[in-house]
Design a protein. Structure first.
Length: 176
């Protein structure tokens, strides 16, 4: 059974916890007032951000004024951990369609939740997703693995380098 929230009244993304130990969620409220909390992984946040970027580019979207999206109700009508997502575009009403699949029902062909966003809402969500990803642990410029505050053993240096990681803005000649 698919929960169809219809057109989104409000949507946002957030994370909480310390970098490296964060939890990620999407909150979606449909026009009818039904409210869903969707628990996602960081990789899903990054993939959704990229997919929204590509969709907005295809739509040739130019930023307008962000929609007014008020707060969310206290408790959700629906809550689940997302196993996979899909995204499309409905040409009839010019909306981005998001479909979420519960991690527990991976083999189901039908999504658990479906909703539609305007291009403006998609752009606001994408901005939030970018900020969430950027607020995490910095990536090593050599191996691109997350670096902890306690230190980083870079596999590209076989874990033996005591040299500081070079600034990515430096030219190769300056590193010698």
């Amino acid at each position: 059974m698919t929960i169809d929230l219809g057109h989104v009244r409000a949507i946002d993304a957030d994370s909480f916890g310390e970098p490296g130990q964060r939890t990620f969620r999407l909150r979606v409220e449909g026009a009818s007032g039904e409210f869903a909390v969707l628990w996602v992984e960081k990789e899903q946040v990054m993939a959704l951000q990229i997919a929204l970027k590509q969709m907005l580019a295809q739509l040739k979207y130019e930023a307008g004024s962000p929609p007014d999206m008020a707060g969310f109700p206290e408790s959700p009508n629906h809550e689940f951990k997302v196993g996979r997502m899909s995204m499309g575009f409905d040409h009839r009403d010019q909306k981005v369609v998001l479909q979420m699949y519960d991690i527990e029902s991976f083999e189901d062909a039908d999504p658990i939740l479906s909703t539609k966003l305007s291009a403006e809402q998609s752009a606001v969500l994408r901005t939030q997703l970018i900020e969430i990803v950027a607020s995490g642990r910095p990536l090593c410029p050599l191996c691109e693995a997350p670096m902890d505050a306690s230190g980083h053993t870079c596999i590209r240096s076989n874990g033996h380098s005591k040299q500081p990681i070079p600034d990515t803005g430096n030219e190769p000649d300056e590193l010698i």
